[in-house]
Design a protein around this ligand. Structure first.
Ligand SMILES: *Cc1c(COP(=O)(O)O)cnc(C)c1O
Length: 402
């Protein structure tokens, strides 16, 4: 006799109901599939949630980050202080504009950019510049005085795994030196830092809606800002560079097609109306994991800092004691049908970063340590307690047999 098979546990899963399916179907019964009222309603939901003056929906989080880089006037050769412990998009958008990412290492507790290193990098930028890649073709056309003391133009912190970066000291140094702050909140929709909403701490905040995020539109992203001029520019740039007053074939700017479609926006609006429920379910799943995994020697569960007044669980990443072979454990779990993922692979060690900037192992030891010891476990708001128990039991057994 064979026992009934449990369905496999997915790495992540969207949380969708009949309401989402109906909202999309209703759009499909109209002729307006782009540039209609659903995008505006979706944007309004973000103004209501975060208190932002402007919300600009786009078709990915990466597109949103890129528009912020453009709106901040970050261009060839400009220095931007950011973190190597992130999803690659937060650095790639700088490279799109031939800007130079100036990495600083992260806080070992949260994996978020270390505010003291940010301050030191602003004040002693030479210490933090990449080994090479500063004299790209484009930046060579800039000021000939290469010895000129360079100052960074912006700071780009990332709210890693759903927890805001420690922003107050970062904002203080940005204020002192007149730097733009672009907050990558693509993993932190609904989180709060000292009572303030994630995404609203700097000049620009970006959210993302890929299917593993807290809410999904399939693909999608959104920018929040209070800056009127930047908002106008970003609305133009997402729409092929058409400025207000331009006709369909008039393009004031070099723009992109970064528009979100109406089906996605309608789906997102329903997801936003359920945000409290979605976040509460994810919090419950995280609590089930915490209760079980904190009992297992050698397993470190995520740290939520006191300044995180609302954690918005995006992924559930544990770290193993250095004595445990994380990759071997990951293989054992995969063999048991438990999907897991090393998280993050440090950005500075991606092949194209090594080639362009000469980054080396050892450059950012905390980032690399977290990258070696971290493992994302299956996680979503629709996970059941029995599935969490199955994952935890597989970890217990794999560690015993290691
Ligand atoms: C998800 C994510 C993004 C955006 O990703 P898209 O797939 O372009 O929507 C950007 N930065 C971080 C840190 C992310 O996790």
């Amino acid at each position: 006799m064979t026992l009934p098979q449990q369905p496999p546990i997915p790495m992540s899963s969207p949380d969708l109901t009949e309401a989402e399916r109906q909202a999309v179907a209703e759009v499909l019964n109209t002729p307006i599939l782009s540039m209609g009222r659903h995008v505006r309603a979706f944007e309004q939901a973000f103004c209501d949630l975060t208190g932002a003056k402007h919300a600009i929906a786009v078709n990915s989080g990466t597109a949103g980050l890129h528009l912020c880089v453009r709106a901040a006037g970050i261009g060839a050769g400009d220095l931007v202080i950011t973190t190597p412990f992130s999803f690659v998009a937060s650095t790639n958008v700088l490279l799109f504009e031939n800007a130079i990412p100036v990495f600083v290492d992260v806080d070992p507790r949260t994996g978020n950019i270390d505010p003291e290193l940010v301050k030191d990098a602003v004040e002693n930028i030479e210490k933090y510049l990449p080994r090479r890649g500063m004299d790209s073709d484009v930046s060579r056309h800039r000021a000939p005085d290469v010895k000129r003391r360079r100052t960074p133009k912006a700071i780009l912190p990332v709210d890693v795994f759903g927890q805001p970066a420690d922003m107050d000291p970062i904002l203080a140094v940005a204020e002192e030196y007149g730097l733009t702050v672009i907050e990558d909140s693509c993993e932190a929709l609904g989180a709060a830092y000292k009572g303030r909403p994630a995404g609203r701490l700097g000049d620009f905040g970006i959210f993302a809606f890929y299917p593993n995020k807290q809410i999904t539109t399939g693909e999608g992203g959104l920018i929040v800002t209070d800056d009127d001029r930047a908002a106008d520019l970003m609305r133009a740039l997402r729409n092929q560079g058409r400025a207000p007053g331009d006709t369909w074939l008039q393009h004031t700017h070099l723009g992109y097609n970064y528009r979100l479609d109406e089906m996605s926006a309608a789906l997102g609006a329903v997801q936003m109306s359920r945000l409290g429920e979605l976040l509460a379910k994810r919090e419950q799943v995280a609590a089930w994991y915490e209760a079980r995994l904190s009992e297992i020697p050698g397993v470190e569960t995520p740290v939520v800092e006191p300044f995180t007044t609302r954690m918005s669980w995006f992924v559930y990443v544990v770290r193993f004691d250095p004595s445990i072979d994380r990759d071997d454990l990951a293989r054992r779990l995969t063999a048991l049908g438990i999907p897991v993922r090393p998280y993050f692979a440090p950005i500075h060690l991606q092949p194209y970063m090594v080639e362009r900037f000469g980054c080396q192992p050892g450059d950012f030891p905390v980032t690399e340590d977290l990258g070696r010891r971290g493992l994302a476990l299956p996680f979503s708001g629709v996970m059941h307690e029995e599935q969490v128990e199955t994952v935890c039991q597989a970890i217990r057994e794999s560690l015993q047999n290691a």
